[in-house]
Design a protein around this ligand. Structure first.
Ligand code: GDP
Length: 460
C-alpha cells in the first residue's frame, strides 16, 4: 500500500447531523503533531504537547483555526498512543460538539495541517495490517456495527473475540501436522509405506475433514444470523401490501395510495421477528397489462420471489378474487409462503380458503398471527444448535474457503487410498492450508483485502 505508513488519516467517526457530541479520529505517526497544531488555550500553547503525551487520559482543550487562531470549540481530547490503540498507531480522538458545522470545521482544520481523509474501513485496515486484528475479526467489526438482531450481534461478537479464527487455526495446525507426517514418509517407496503410517495419516485426514465440514455446516444458521431472512410481500396493486408493510414496521415507510400500481419498486426494511432480521419487500403488482416501467417492476418481483426465504401473498378479502390474484398465488407456489387475506375490517366478498390468514393492515387485526405464520413457514436452518462458545460461519467468503479446504483434504484422502503418491497428498494438504490462511488473512491476498475493506463505512 503506497504511502501507507507515512500518512496520518482522519475521519468523523460519528454520523453527521444534530447530536450532543461528535467524535473525530486521527491515526498515524504524525497524529500528535497534527492535533497539537490546532489545539491550545492560546495559539502556540506548549502545554498541549504534554497533554497529548498522556495515553488513555482524556483532557479538555480548545480547537483553534490554524490560520486565524480563532477558537472553534472546546473539546475532549483522548490520545491512545501506539501500540495501545485500535489501529496500533498513535490515535487521537477529538470529542467535539455535534451538528454539522463544528465537526466539519475541525475536520477541515486537521486536513489543512497535514492529515489525509481516511478511506472507508481504513482504520480497521490499519488495525489488520498492524496485527491488531486478523481478517475475520476485521470483518466482525463491520458486522457488529451493522447487526440488527441479537443473533447477528452474538455471531459478530464471537467472531471479533477470535472464536472463528481460533477454530480455523486449530484446523490449520492439524493439517500442518498431517502434512509433516506425510512429508516424513516421502522417502518411502510407494508400496512400502508402513500400514500403520498410512492408517495414522488417514485418520488425521478424516479428523480434519470432519472438523472442516462441521464448521462449514454452521453457515446456514450463520447466514441467517448475519443477513436475516428475506420476506417478500407480493400481491396485485391496491390489496394493501404497503399498508401491511407500514403496519408491521409501525411507521409510514412505504407509499400508500388509492391509485393501483403506485408501488413500482420494492422497499426493504429490517424488522425484528424473534431474534432474526427480516427484510420486508413491497413489490410492484403482478398485473398482466402494464406499462414499461411496471413491466420492469414485475420482472424484479419475480426475481425477488425466487430469492426470498418466505413470500407473503396478499389478496384483498373485500373484493372478488380475479385472475390477477391467481397469478400472484401461482407465482408463489413452490416457495415457502403464507397467503394473507387483507382488509378483514371490511365485509368479506368471498368465503376464505381455510389456509388464508385474515388480517387488517388498518386495524392491526391478525398481525401477530402473521408474524408467527412467517416464522413457521421459514425453512429450518440445518446444522448444530449454536452454543455460546461455538463460532458460526456467517459470510459466504468464509464458507467458500472452508468448502475448498474440505475438498482439497478429500482429494488428499483419495490420493492416499489409491496410492497416487505422498507428493500429491502433501500438495493437496498445502492447498487446504492456503485456503484457511486466506480465510483469516494470514496469507497475502490483496484482492481479498480490498474487497473486505472497501465495504466499510468511513471512520471505521
Ligand atoms: P398496495 O398497492 O398493495 O401497496 O396497497 P396500499 O397499501 O397502497 O393500499 C391500497 C388502499 O387500500 C389504500 O387506500 C389503503 O388505505 C387501503 N387499505 C390497505 N389495507 C387496508 C385494510 O386492512 N383495510 C382497509 N379498509 N383498507 C385498507
Amino acid at each position: 500500500m503506497p504511502g501507507y505508513v507515512e500518512d496520518t488519516i482522519v475521519a468523523l467517526a460519528t454520523p453527521p447531523g444534530l447530536a450532543a457530541i461528535a467524535v473525530l479520529r486521527l491515526s498515524g505517526r504524525d497524529a500528535r503533531r497534527i492535533a497539537a497544531t490546532i489545539l491550545g488555550d492560546r495559539p502556540d500553547d506548549e502545554r498541549v504537547e504534554r497533554l497529548l503525551a498522556g495515553s488513555h487520559r482524556a483532557r479538555l482543550a480548545v480547537v483553534r483555526d490554524p490560520d486565524s487562531g480563532v477558537a472553534i470549540d472546546r473539546v475532549l481530547v483522548l490520545p491512545m498512543l501506539a501500540p495501545r490503540s485500535f489501529t496500533g498507531e498513535d490515535v487521537i480522538e477529538i470529542h467535539c460538539h455535534g451538528g454539522t458545522l463544528i465537526p466539519d470545521r475541525i475536520h477541515r482544520a486537521l486536513l489543512a495541517v497535514g492529515a489525509r481523509a481516511a478511506r472507508p474501513g481504513e482504520f480497521t485496515e490499519r488495525a489488520f495490517l498492524n496485527g491488531k486484528l486478523d481478517l475475520c475479526q476485521a470483518e466482525a467489526v463491520a458486522d457488529l456495527i451493522e447487526a440488527s438482531s441479537e443473533a447477528g450481534r452474538a455471531a459478530a461478537w464471537q467472531q471479533l473475540e477470535g472464536g472463528l479464527s481460533r477454530r480455523v487455526l486449530a484446523i490449520r495446525d492439524a493439517l500442518l501436522d498431517a502434512r509433516a507426517l506425510v512429508e516424513a514418509h516421502l522417502d518411502f517407496p510407494e508400496d512400502d509405506l508402513p500400514a500403520e503410517a498410512e492408517a495414522e495419516i488417514g485418520s488425521s485426514l478424516a479428523a480434519s475433514t470432519s472438523a472442516i465440514d462441521a464448521l462449514a455446516g454452521t453457515f446456514a444458521r450463520g447466514r441467517l444470523a448475519r443477513e436475516g431472512l428475506r420476506v417478500t410481500l407480493v400481491g396485485k396493486p391496491n390489496v394493501g401490501k404497503s399498508s401491511l408493510l407500514n403496519a408491521v414496521l409501525g411507521h409510514e415507510r412505504a407509499l400508500v395510495s388509492e391509485q393501483p400500481g403506485t408501488t413500482r419498486d420494492y422497499l426493504e426494511e429490517p424488522a425484528a421477528v424473534g431474534a432474526l432480521r427480516i427484510l420486508l419487500c413491497d413489490t410492484a403488482g403482478l398485473r398482466g397489462e402494464a406499462d414499461e416501467v411496471e413491466r420492469a417492476g414485475i420482472a424484479r418481483t419475480r426475481q425477488r420471489i425466487a430469492s426470498s426465504d418466505v413470500v407473503v401473498a396478499v389478496v384483498d378479502g373485500s373484493a372478488p378474487l380475479d385472475e390477477h390474484d391467481s397469478a400472484v398465488l401461482h407465482a408463489c407456489a413452490g416457495r415457502p409462503h403464507v397467503v394473507v387475506r387483507n382488509k378483514s375490517d371490511l365485509p368479506a366478498a368471498w368465503r376464505g380458503e381455510p389456509s388464508a390468514l385474515e388480517v387488517s393492515a388498518r386495524t392491526g387485526h391478525g398481525l401477530d398471527a402473521l408474524a408467527s405464520s412467517i416464522a413457521a413457514a421459514l425453512p429450518q436452518a440445518e446444522g448444530p444448535e449454536p452454543t455460546d462458545d461455538a463460532p458460526l460461519v456467517t459470510r459466504a467468503r468464509h464458507h467458500v474457503a472452508l468448502v475448498r479446504a474440505g475438498d482439497a483434504v478429500r482429494r488428499a484422502q483419495v490420493a492416499l487410498d489409491l496410492g497416487q503418491g505422498l507428493d500429491l497428498v502433501s500438495c493437496e494438504l498445502q492447498t487446504a492450508t492456503t485456503e484457511l490462511d486466506r480465510l483469516v488473512g494470514a496469507s497475502d491476498a490483496e484482492d481479498v483485502l480490498d474487497r473486505v475493506f472497501s465495504r466499510f463505512c468511513v471512520g471505521k
